[in-house]
Design a protein around this ligand. Structure first.
Ligand SMILES: Nc1ncnc2c1ncn2[C@@H]1O[C@H](COP(=O)(O)OP(=O)(O)OP(=O)(O)O)[C@@H](O)[C@H]1O
Length: 865
């Protein structure tokens, strides 16, 4: 080490070689490090243990008192530093002992950090302060005792330093006591609240809703905001179920606001299987290669500037003698090449490409698979534009693995290496400058990240809103034009663009201002380090090559710090962007396979509904006590007024939803106890409003049975009375149908859907108003195909046109979620007061009136003629 020994060592302390003096040196080095480490570690532990930042009414007062006392501590340190400075000016040859300087500088750093941390958030996490103050008091007392006992007599400067040291110990003791007092106060307040709670009724959310109301505003603030495992959690147990989600959301927001990254990041473990290539040897090899390159880079970062210093030292030694340091230069050239983008970096950048592609596929495929397995309730609520953007933004997680392994880990290693290297090159003061610059740089980076994350969230929301408005207007263009709302939609869209751009500016301003502040810190640090290096060279303490090495090495110091701060911001951005993807993955399908469920086996096709109850919304029952048996091969018709629950019966049979009570069995097997795939494979469904993919008609038809031949598809189309129509299109079966089939008429779409059902040759047929948009003449043709399709297959038909279901084996009349009549057409028609008979007569009346009107119009025309 190149440190200069103290010229007047005895001036500073008496008995320099005594055990007491040695103990003081050890305490000087250890105390600030231990105090700072205890503060950081207990902060980390508190965050992991879900301790919340306290925002109770005493926080402001407690924070002010702690700040004042901490500033007094800082003042004593600054004053002590001044005594050394003034003494070095006043007494020639006086040089402060290194351990005393390190003690003062490092303590300044530790207490200064605590003051800043105290004002970083609205709330304060007090636990780390309590730990650090207790430790500080335990260490400052022996330091004070040793310092005073070792002070030389009649030395004014030593006397002042002793007095300052003693006052600092006093301030730290007051800090300790005040922490203890406030903690006890809070404990007793909390205890009192709990006791009061015992007098409240057990059913907190009683009918009048007043039982759980806080007694006063301050009590409410206290219960919500006090620390660890606090009343916020209790609130969530006591609230109404629908409130629970809201409370959870608020809790999460508080965790965000508290900066509790550990808990926030823990939810992301869901993505680990997508990021870690457990089954892919090649990608694992790529990861291994990157690891090797990282180790090599750590060495090269030091070897290149060190070699330059060696060249300079050789040149200055033999200045003007024509000696060329060829070997040193050759090594420098080799190290520089290896450390360049043409060297070992090529390996890591190529390997990264494969890792990125792996994660891209893993995340994209998993998200898509998850969306496809979600149940109908999710798909009814979803917004397609938002969903697609959530998956897109979720891809930023791709960088997460690179980030964790190849950026964060090397940064810490680089920082430790650089501290050791500059200490070895110069002295502990250089390492101190580096440490302060590093911590200040990272601190500003962290603050900027926290500052910009809120803006980033707003920016993301504005971006999604813009996509949502755009998507809705474009996909509902017909409705927009029906109501001539083009201008209204344009204005609405422009507003969302304005919100998006203003949120974008807010975010990027925060981002760039933070970057500027960090650059300034780096510049100041560099200036201080170079100045110290020049000073040490001018003193002859180190060779000039060390200055050159430091100058060249500074880039290697800056790089990890810059990427650390970038990485924090990138992590914040990645996590924010992927929040929605996380929510998506956390959404569970409500209809799933039971564990080890067998496949459905259909021998006869008997379907039995037993006391089925169901509601989309628990407040309004949709189906009540539905029971019937469909014998194998029978056709069951469902009719009744609109909204009665007919389609819901088919949806339950298809297991779009699970029944709330009762059961549905096929050949004696409860449909909840067989696999969904095997169940749905058994059905051929013709929905009320079929939709088609924007591909050719042929491809749309083949979707029903992927291995169907062209001839089979054409035969099915002929049965569904659509073959001739398709061949009349200019492109025939190759014609594309437009988005969701808009190029086909409603009747044509229905016939394509019928052809699909015929092609599928299912075991059970479900026809939900399959011919509602088809004219009577064509329907008669299709009926023959239906009869063929439903022969020896259990068939369910929903139809409003009763003539189409009169031959059904069993007709169920559904009204307000109940089966009010059942039987064959003949049986139901016999009941004079029955609903079915009434429906028939109403429909017949309508048809007679229509025929009458047609005849009248015909006669009128004849008369006119
Ligand atoms: N996804 C849903 N969420 C909430 N309520 C729904 C949903 N689907 C249908 N409903 C409601 O359930 C009730 C029954 O609807 P369903 O579609 O089964 O009636 P339906 O008898 O088939 O009517 P229609 O003859 O008009 O097709 C209606 O009141 C409807 O508004």
């Amino acid at each position: 080490m190149a440190g200069k020994p103290s010229p007047n060592y005895e001036d500073i302390i008496a008995r320099p070689n005594s055990g007491a003096a040695k103990a003081l040196i050890v305490l000087h080095w250890a105390a600030p490090i231990a105090i700072f480490a205890s503060f950081i570690i207990s902060g980390f532990v508190a965050a992991c243990l879900l301790h919340r930042r306290s925002r109770d009414p005493t926080t402001a007062q407690r924070r002010s008192l702690t700040t004042i006392l901490l500033l007094l501590v800082v003042f004593t340190l600054v004053a002590q530093a001044c005594t050394f400075f003034v003494q070095s000016l006043a007494q020639r040859g006086f040089w402060a002992k290194q351990d005393s300087v390190v003690y003062i500088l490092a303590s300044l750093f530790a207490y200064g950090w605590m003051v800043l941390a105290l004002h970083g958030h609205r709330g304060v996490l007090w636990w780390p302060y309590g730990t650090a103050f207790t430790l500080a008091m335990l260490l400052e007392i022996p330091i004070t005792a040793l310092q005073i006992s070792l002070s030389p007599a009649h030395d004014n400067f030593a006397f002042y330093r002793g007095a300052l040291q003693a006052s600092r110990t006093l301030f730290v003791a007051i800090l300790c006591l005040s922490e203890g007092w406030y903690t006890l106060q809070l404990r007793s307040a909390k205890f009192k609240t709990e006791l009061d709670g015992e007098h409240e009724p057990l059913l907190a959310n009683s009918a009048n809703g007043s039982a759980h109301k806080p007694k006063s505003d301050s009590a409410s603030t206290h219960s919500k905001d006090s620390d660890a495992g606090s009343a916020a959690d209790l609130d969530s147990y006591d609230s109404e179920p629908e409130e629970a989600d809201k409370v959870k959301k608020q809790q999460r927001e508080r965790l965000d606001a508290a900066g509790n990254w550990w808990n926030y990041a823990k939810e992301y473990k869901i993505f680990i299987p997508m990021l870690w290539p457990s089954g892919n040897r090649f990608v694992q090899l790529c990861l291994g290669l990157i690891g090797l390159v990282l180790v090599a880079q750590r060495f090269l970062n030091i070897l290149v500037p060190r070699q330059l210093g060696i060249i300079v030292n050789e040149l200055t030694k033999d200045n003007g003698h024509g000696h060329l340091p060829l070997q040193a230069f050759g090594l420098w050239a080799l190290y520089s090449y290896l450390n360049s983008r043409a060297g070992v970096y090529v390996i890591s950048t190529c390997a990264e490409l494969y890792i990125d592609q792996f994660t891209y596929k893993a995340i994209g495929a998993a998200a898509f698979r998850h969306i496809m397995t979600l149940s109908m309730d999710f798909h009814n609520e979803k917004n397609t534009g938002e969903l697609i953007r959530a998956v897109d933004q979720g891809h930023s997680l791709q960088r997460l693995l690179d980030f964790a392994l190849f950026e964060v880990a090397p940064i810490f290693i680089d920082l430790v290496i650089s501290l050791v290297f500059v200490t070895q090159l110069f002295d502990i003061y250089m390492a101190f400058i580096l440490g302060v610059v590093g911590v200040a740089y990272i601190w500003v980076g962290t603050k900027t990240a926290a500052w910009s994350i809120k803006r980033r969230r707003r920016y993301n929301k504005a971006w999604r809103d813009e996509a949502k408005v755009q998507n809705e207007a474009i996909s509902n263009w017909t409705t927009v034009s029906h109501f001539n709302r083009g201008r209204y939609e344009c204005e609405k869209y422009e507003k969302t663009i304005d919100e998006h751009t203003s949120a974008e500016i807010g975010y990027y301003l925060a981002y760039h201002l933070g970057g500027g502040a960090q650059s300034l810190i780096m510049l100041l640090g560099r200036t201080a380090a170079i100045f110290l290096a020049i000073y040490r060279v001018s003193q002859g303490a180190v060779p000039v090559g060390s200055l050159v090495t430091l100058s060249a090495y500074w880039a290697s110091i800056e790089a990890p710090l810059t990427s650390f701060s970038w990485s924090i911001r990138a992590l914040a951005q990645m996590l924010t962007d992927s929040e929605r993807l996380l929510q998506l993955f956390q959404t569970k399908a409500t209809v799933t396979d039971a564990p080890n469920a067998p496949a459905l086996s259909i021998k006869h096709g008997e379907v039995e509904f037993t006391n089925v109850h169901f509601a989309y919304d628990p407040r309004k029952p949709t189906l009540k006590n539905i029971s019937f048996v469909a014998k194998p091969g029978q056709t069951i018709a469902l009719c009744g007024e609109t909204g009665g629950g007919k389609s819901t019966i088919l949806k339950l049979l298809y297991r779009y939803y699970d029944v709330n009570a009762g059961s549905i069995r096929i050949d004696g097997q409860d449909i909840r106890e067989v696999t969904l795939d095997s169940l749905r494979d058994a059905f051929g469904m013709c929905p009320q409003d079929p939709t088609l993919f924007n591909v050719s008609i042929m491809e749309n038809l083949r979707y029903a049975r992927l291995d169907a031949t062209d001839d089979e598809i054409k035969a099915a189309c002929a049965d569904a009375a659509i073959h001739d129509k398709i061949t009349s299109f200019p492109d025939g079966y190759s014609a594309t149908v437009g988005e969701r089939g808009v190029k086909l008429s409603g009747g044509e779409m229905q016939r394509v859907a019928i052809a699909r059902a015929i092609l599928r040759q299912p075991k059970i047929v479900l026809l939900d108003e399959a011919t509602s948009m088809i004219d009577v003449e064509t329907e008669a043709t299709i009926q023959t195909a239906f009869q063929r399709l439903s022969r020896s297959r259990t068939t369910f038909v929903i139809a409003h046109r009763l003539s189409t279901i009169q031959h059904a084996d069993l007709i169920l009349v559904v009204q307000d979620g109940e089966i009010i009549e059942s039987g064959s057409h003949e049986v139901l028609m016999r009941d004079r007061g029955g609903k079915y008979r009434a429906l028939w007569s109403r429909q017949l009346n309508k048809e007679v009136q229509a025929v009458g009107r047609t005849l009248e119009e015909g006669e009128g025309d004849d008369g006119n003629a």
